[in-house]
Each structure stands twice: as C-alpha cells, then as structure tokens.
Design a protein. Structure first.
Lengths: 143, 143
DNA sequence: CCGTATAGTTACCTTTGGTAATAGTTATCC
DNA sequence: GGATAACTATTACCAAAGGTAACTATACGG
C-alpha cells in the first residue's frame, strides 16, 4: 500500500482546519472539543483520565481545561480524593456540545457524499487496526 | 458515518509521531520529508511549486528549505528567471531519500498487516474523495 | 512515621505554521 | 518607454499545540 501515508496525511490539514473553523464560532478548537467530548461521553472525569485517553501529557490537559473554564463550558469540583479535581460540563458546555455535535455530524455526512457505504465502512474499520499495528510495532521496537 | 473524524484524528498522532521518530535518525521530520519527496518526485522545484503542492504558505517552505540546506540535503540554484531559485537534491539528499523511502514503505506494509486487501484499497480510494468533498464544501461556503 | 506514588500545576522550551511587510525582478499596458 | 502591477523569495513577528522537568499537595503501604 505505497503512498498510503501520503494520502492519509494530506487529508489531515484540510480536515483539522475545517473543524477548527467550524468550532471557532464557539471559541473552540478541536483540541478543546476533545475535552468536552470526553466528558460528555464518559461523564465527569479527572485530568489524568483525559490525558490517558488522548495519550497527551497532563500539562497539556491542564491548559485545555483552564481555557474551557475561562469559557465557562466546564467546571472543576473536588473529587473524593483531596488531590483530585473532577471536571464536568456546565450547562453552557452541554448546550455548546449539542450544537457542535450536530454540526460535526453534518460535516461527517457531507464529507462522505458520493462514497459507497461499503467503502466508508472499510475505512472506518481499518483505522483502528492500523493504529493497533502501529502500537504493536512500537512495542516490539523497545523490547 | 458518525465517529469517523475521531477515528481518523486519533490515528494521526500515532502515525505522525512514528514517522517523525523514524525520520529523526536522519535529523528529518515529516514536514522536511515532504520537501525532499516533492523534489524527488517532481524534479527540481521552486519554493512556490512546493508551497502550492502542500497548500502551505511560502515562508513555511522557506524555513524547511533553509533547514534542509543546513543539513546539506538540498541546494538552491538560480532559475531562468532572476527571481526564482530552483531547489534540487544534493547527492546526500538523494541517498537519504532512498533510505527513508525504504523505511517508510516498510512501515506502510507493516501497518497494513492482517488487513484485507480490498479494505486497504477502499481506504486508499476514499481519502482523496473525502478531501475533495471537504474542498467543495469550503468553496460553497465562500460563495 | 517515612518513603513512595499520584493528581495537578507551573515555568520554560520546541515545532509548526500563519500574516504582514519588503526587496528585487519581470510583465503588462497605455 | 516608463509607470504600474504581478510574482519570487525573504524577514520579522506572532499563535497554537504540545513536551519536559520540577514542584506542591495529598494519599498510601509497610
């Protein structure tokens, strides 16, 4: 499958730019959206949860959460552990989630226009498999 | 196809990190690799050629080319036009291209292990179509 | 109780890319 | 032919995103 990476990576810039433009209407970017999405999907979460989920360092998530607090889309409450802070959506955050979710889903549909359903499914299935293969290869290298 | 973007973008970080690690052995990154790849594929090129190809601003390419010059993988010669500088690979640049090309192709293969050929083909075909759909959507918006 | 692990933060740095302005060169068109 | 526009490349400045190291505060295990 020579040239696959090129095609894959070529799409990236277009896609992330479009998403960021779409989200900028709410003063968001895709990286901030990820936090909102994770909380919405997994319920109130800690910084460590989120950083583990996206395989990103903690300070990166600290920053994102602070930004979302400024935007009043998220608030932190103490966890059971006095170290922990549990991050949850505010009402505003939830409202904005709904709106963005809709727009992103629309975009997901419009981007697939004219593409056969079975091709869409193939691509959908293949992506996590590639990621797994990548991960395994990484593992092997450090043995 | 809900969740497609998430899957797509989740793979991105893993992939670009792996590629950058692979290329770091040659003091390269994927963004520098693009320049080498373009010259190798399209022959000696100007800055404008490259920036148009990757849809990236000219100063960005100026920087990449300067970096590649430092690494002595690329050199600039005057074009027919006294404004133009034509960028071409040095012998070293060509040698490194060959080595990286091989490693990247190996990676492309290993990442597809255990994935049916027709699924691979579907994904391969779908990516440019998605990009085109994105592009058309962009176009419509500014009308 | 003390050493270690964990959650989160802060300060600093790197990579990557964009925008605006500019110099030098060529094209165009009255 | 000369003014004006267009084009190539560069420079300086800025922004987004993420990483590392060091630190604070708290929890836990023996």
């Amino acid at each position: 499958m020579e040239g696959f990476f090129q095609r894959y990576l070529s799409l990236y810039r277009s896609l992330i730019t479009t998403l960021n433009e779409l989200l900028s209407a709410y003063e968001l970017s895709y990286s901030l959206w990820q936090v909102i999405y994770h909380i919405k999907t997994n319920g109130p979460s800690t910084l460590v949860d989120i950083s583990a989920r996206y395989n990103v360092e903690k300070p990166t998530i600290t920053r994102r959460v602070h930004r979302l607090e400024e935007l009043q889309m998220v608030k932190q409450i103490p966890g059971k552990d006095r170290r922990e802070k549990v991050i949850q959506l505010t009402e505003l955050g939830d409202k904005i989630y709904q709106e963005c979710r809709k727009k992103i889903t629309d975009l997901e549909h419009s981007v697939m226009e004219g593409i056969a359903k079975d091709e869409q499914n193939a691509a959908f299935h293949i992506l996590p498999k590639i990621q797994e293969n990548l991960f395994n290869r990484e593992g092997n290298k450090s043995e």
